[in-house]
Design a protein around this ligand. Structure first.
Ligand SMILES: CC(C)(COP(=O)(O)OP(=O)(O)OC[C@H]1O[C@@H](n2cnc3c(N)ncnc32)[C@H](O)[C@@H]1OP(=O)(O)O)[C@@H](O)C(=O)NCCC(=O)NCCS
Length: 328
C-alpha cells in the first residue's frame, strides 16, 4: 500500500501538501476550483445513484454556513490535475460530520480513497464530532467494500421516490380550510422554527439556524416562491419546500424537481395538513414545467412514506447510511 506512511503521519491543523507515488493530498485552495468542479461534473453522473450537478450549485455549496473549503475539503492531485476529493460537512448540533469522497475512475484501486478517508476522519476528530456518516447508493459495491474495510457500519436505509406529475392524485386536498401561500421575505425565522419543530429528533436532522435557512433559499435551485406555507391567520402550521435543479440544457418537460422538505407542526399532525401542502408543492412544480418529482425519505418514517405512496410516489432506488465512531 503506497499510502502506508501517510496513514501513520500526524496531520496538524491545515495540511501542508504531502506526496507519494505520484499523488498529493492537500487542502482545497481557489486555484484548484475549476478542476474540482470538472471532476465532480464529469465523474459524478456516471456513478451508481449519481446525477448531473450544475457548476453553479457546486460553487454555491462551497459557501455553505459553518463550512470552510480550505479546512473541510481535501484534494487529491496527480500530474494531470485534481483526481479526487474528500468533503467533510460538520453538523455539530447532531455531533456528526458527513463525509463525501470521489476518486476519478482512472486513479481507483490505488489507495487514494483510503488516504482521503484518513484525512476526513482526522478532520472529524479535530472538529469535535462524535460520529462520521457516509451516504451511498445501495448498488455501489466499491463504496460498500471500502466502508466495510474502514470499519464503518450500516445504520440506516433511505429511499429515493419518484412521481410522474401527470399521474399524481391528490385525495381530499380540497377539504381543508387552511390557506397556502408562497414564502415571503420576513418568513425566515418562522420557517426555521417550524422546520426545527417538525424534524426535531428525526434521524440525521441537524437543527438549522436562520442563517442556514437563508443560505438555502438563496441557492440557485430554490426561490422564495418554491416554498409553500400552509396556515391559518398568522400561524404557519405546515410547509412544502420544493427545489428545481438548474440544468442549463434541460429540454422542456424534463426539468427535475424535488420535494426537499415537507413538515407539519407536531401539535397539528394527523389532520390532513401534510397532504394539503404537499399537493400545493406538487402543483407548483408542475406549473414550472417539471415532469417528474423526486424526494428522499427515511425507510423508517412510516407516516411520510404512507403519504407519499397515497399521492403516487414509488421507490426508484435505495441509499445506505454508514457510521463510524470518531475516536478521541
Ligand atoms: C468508492 C471510491 C471512492 C473508492 O476509491 P479508491 O481510491 O478506488 O479506493 P481505494 O483504492 O482506497 O480502495 C480501498 C478498498 O475499497 C474497496 N474497493 C474499491 N474499489 C472497489 C471496486 N471497484 N470493487 C470492489 N471493491 C472496491 C476494496 O476493498 C479496496 O481495497 P483493495 O484495492 O485492496 O481491494 C471510488 O470508487 C469512487 O470515487 N466512487 C464514486 C464515488 C463514491 O461512490 N463515493 C462514495 C465513497 S464512500
Amino acid at each position: 500500500m503506497p499510502w502506508a506512511h501517510l496513514l501513520q503521519s500526524p496531520i496538524e491543523g491545515i495540511l501542508s501538501e504531502v506526496s507519494t507515488a505520484g499523488y498529493r493530498i492537500c487542502n482545497f485552495c481557489p486555484n484548484v476550483f475549476d478542476d474540482y468542479i470538472q471532476l465532480n461534473i464529469g465523474v459524478r453522473k456516471q456513478e451508481p445513484g449519481g446525477h448531473c450537478v450544475s457548476a453553479r450549485l457546486l460553487a454555491e455549496r462551497l459557501r455553505r454556513p459553518n463550512y470552510q473549503p480550505d479546512r473541510d475539503l481535501f484534494i487529491a492531485k496527480a500530474a494531470a490535475g485534481v483526481v479526487g476529493y474528500m468533503d467533510v460537512t460538520p453538523e455539530l448540533n447532531l455531533g456528526r460530520v458527513v463525509l463525501d469522497c470521489l476518486v476519478h475512475p482512472q486513479h481507483r484501486r490505488k489507495g487514494l480513497a483510503t488516504a482521503l478517508f484518513h484525512h476526513g476522519m482526522h478532520r472529524a476528530r479535530e472538529s469535535g464530532a462524535r460520529v462520521a456518516h457516509v451516504n451511498i447508493a445501495e448498488d455501489n459495491v466499491a463504496a460498500k467494500n471500502l466502508l466495510t474495510r474502514l470499519s464503518f457500519r450500516r445504520v440506516r436505509r433511505f429511499l429515493e421516490l419518484k412521481l410522474s406529475l401527470p399521474e399524481a392524485h391528490y385525495p381530499d386536498a380540497e377539504h381543508t380550510t387552511l390557506l397556502c401561500r408562497h414564502f415571503q421575505q420576513g418568513d425566515e425565522g418562522r420557517l426555521t422554527q417550524l422546520q426545527n419543530r417538525s424534524f426535531s429528533g428525526t434521524w440525521g436532522y441537524n437543527l438549522n439556524t436562520v442563517e442556514e435557512i437563508e443560505y438555502l433559499i438563496n441557492m440557485s435551485d430554490c426561490c422564495p416562491e418554491s416554498i409553500i406555507l400552509a396556515g391559518d391567520g398568522d400561524r404557519i402550521l405546515g410547509y412544502c419546500w420544493t427545489t428545481i435543479t438548474p440544468e442549463e440544457k434541460a429540454a422542456p418537460g424534463t426539468r427535475r424537481g424535488r420535494i426537499y422538505m415537507l413538515g407539519v407542526d407536531p401539535d397539528f399532525q394527523g389532520r390532513g395538513i401534510g397532504r394539503h401542502v404537499l399537493a400545493a408543492g406538487l402543483s407548483y412544480l408542475k406549473s414550472r414545467g417539471v415532469e417528474t418529482a423526486e424526494l428522499t425519505v427515511d425507510s423508517q418514517n412510516r407516516a411520510a412514506r404512507a403519504l407519499y405512496e397515497l399521492v403516487g410516489f414509488r421507490v426508484s432506488s435505495t441509499t445506505l447510511w454508514y457510521e463510524k465512531v470518531v475516536r478521541c
